[in-house]
Design a protein around this ligand. Structure first.
Ligand code: 5GP
Ligand code: MN
Length: 346
């Protein structure tokens, strides 16, 4: 991830390696014909946008493309071009023949939640810290604000024109993965890519309305009960949210209605970090973390076997939450104290 104080320095060092890798990926995409595209389970805007931008670009070159994901896209993405062609499966379909698998947005192959990619020719394109380099080609750039920025570069290298469909998905990836331009890994390049997508026909106001202002009434109710039960720790600097199936059901919601809820507490000036515990049926607890400025929640997630970015990270806990909750909160309080020492001014 780039430091907001020195974005130029980070990209200057990474550049020659990136050019080599983009060239290698370009070569693979040109010489191979059939592609399987995938991304992480519980898809978000970056995973959907990156995959579909790549799919449209490959098809512009006459390639065969299938997209296989573990989970359905959240409802508010259903109207975006090509979203309904994403196949949902926990195993790679038996008839899915491919010359290469392009895995986007996954620090580890298991993040796809789909079995059967192992042993195939894999192109790994990702911007998450701690990527495991599981591919035959691995392009990993932590300084990218979204995986969609990297996909944009690949599409440019292929010489495919930025159609409105492709531009829409690149913009979707960037808008959502920057937390609608809140996160600290945004660079001039981010805006340069967005400028080009707008020139290609993207309407930023319409995109923002479709993505962020498409809540159901049930979701508004859910926001109410979630904030009602919010706990504040560390003199209001840390917010704790908790959600279980009973709360979802009582509001007529599903897990697909939970995207973005974690960001709500950060709209309070004092709150520097949020932890969101999501308890599903069974033992697993999903823990999502968000923060402002230099409060590094990726380090906290890494300590519990997860990952992500400085301002947005997550991990899964198996076993009773009561046993590990204290340790998670202690680390978060420490991360907030550390981050506040270097808080930049706007
Ligand atoms: P979310 O809270 O939206 O699930 O995830 C926030 C960020 O952290 C995303 O960039 C996501 O890819 C990353 N992340 C979430 N959970 C995990 C995890 O279990 N392992 C890793 N490596 N990254 C995660
Ligand atoms: Mn991403």
């Amino acid at each position: 991830m780039s430091d907001p104080a020195s974005p130029g320095a980070a990209s200057a060092v990474a550049q020659p390696a990136a050019e080599r890798l983009i060239g290698r990926i370009r070569q693979d995409l040109i010489t191979r014909q059939r592609f399987l595209l995938t991304s992480h389970a519980r898809p978000d805007g970056d995973s959907i946008g990156s995959q579909l931008a790549m799919a449209f670009a490959l098809e512009a070159l006459g390639k065969k493309v299938r997209i296989v994901n573990a989970d359905r896209p959240p409802e508010h993405y259903s109207g975006f071009p090509g979203v309904d062609r994403i196949e949902i499966a926990s195993d790679v379909p038996a008839d899915a023949e491919a010359d290469a698998v392009i895995v986007m947005e996954c620090s580890d192959l298991s993040r796809t939640g789909v079995r059967g990619f192992e042993g195939r020719y894999i192109i790994n394109i990702d911007h998450h810290g701690g990527n495991r380099m599981y591919g035959d080609v691995n392009w990993f750039d932590e300084s990218a604000a979204a995986c969609g920025e990297m996909v944009f570069d690949v599409i440019g290298a292929l010489g495919v024109p930025l159609t409105r469909e492709i531009a829409t998905h690149i913009y979707l990836a960037i808008l959502t993965d920057t937390g609608s331009f809140h996160h600290s890994n945004i660079t001039p390049r981010t805006f340069d890519i967005c400028r080009q997508t707008v020139e290609a026909g993207v309407n930023p106001a319409a995109m923002a309305r479709r993505i962020f202002d498409s809540n159901s009434f049930g979701k508004l109710k859910l926001i109410g009960s979630l904030l009602d039960s919010m706990e504040l720790l560390d003199e209001g600097r840390l917010a704790v949210l908790y959600l279980d199936d009973a709360m979802l059901e009582s509001c007529g919601c599903t897990h697909n209605d939970t995207e973005g809820l974690i960001n709500l507490p950060l709209t309070a000036r004092e709150i520097q970090a949020v932890v969101f515990f999501r308890v599903d049926a069974g033992d697993a607890v999903r823990v999502s973390l968000r923060s402002k400025y230099d409060v590094d929640v990726r380090l906290v997630a890494s300590a519990f076997g997860g990952g992500g970015h400085k301002n947005a990270a997550g991990f899964t806990v198996t076993g009773p939450l009561t046993q590990i909750r204290g340790a998670i909160l202690d680390r978060l309080v420490a991360a907030v104290a550390q981050g506040l020492q270097t808080r930049p001014t706007a």
